[in-house]
Design a protein around this ligand. Structure first.
Ligand code: 5GP
Length: 140
């Protein structure tokens, strides 16, 4: 399947749809997931137009995963998480719903289960506050 430039994350990258931004550089954009399955659930997407893990160039994937680790560490520190769950779904059969490659970073705590999919829409004020705390750790 070809990359669809009108997918929702492409629109976020172009600034046509707002997001609670956590991090941005020349290679990636990171922002809070609008339906968080754990407190601080965020997404990291490449700026290159990749549909998912199966079509991104290896060098672009390497640049992306380096940022994923950095942002995961910052989210863990900012929110006092005990662990991180990393998720990535490729193609509908793999669970993908938005067809621009993204990694989910889910801060986790021993005593707290993940909210089952589909989670309710997050409180915008809470998402904004969590994004600000993670941005502060990242120096953004
Ligand atoms: P996936 O494609 O990995 O199955 O899931 C897509 C993810 O994107 C879901 O966790 C969903 O909550 C999130 N999502 C869908 N639409 C939006 C949006 O407009 N803004 C943000 N921030 N997240 C979104």
């Amino acid at each position: 399947m070809p990359y669809d430039p009108d997918n929702i994350f492409a629109k976020i990258l172009r600034g046509e749809i707002p997001c609670h931004k956590v991090f941005e550089d020349e290679a990636v954009l990171s922002f809070m997931d609008i339906m968080p399955r754990s407190p601080g659930h965020l997404l990291v997407i490449p700026k290159v137009p990749a549909r998912n893990l199966l079509d991104i160039a290896p060098d672009d994937l390497a640049a992306l995963i380096r940022r994923v680790q950095r942002i995961a560490l910052a989210a863990k520190e900012a929110l006092g998480a005990e662990g991180i769950t990393l998720q990535q779904f490729s193609e509908a059969a793999g669970g993908q719903e938005v067809f621009h490659l993204h990694f989910h970073i889910l801060p986790r705590w021993e005593a707290q289960r993940m909210t089952p999919h589909p989670a309710p829409r997050g409180d915008m004020a809470v998402l904004a506050e969590q994004a600000a705390r993670i941005r502060a750790v990242l120096g953004q």
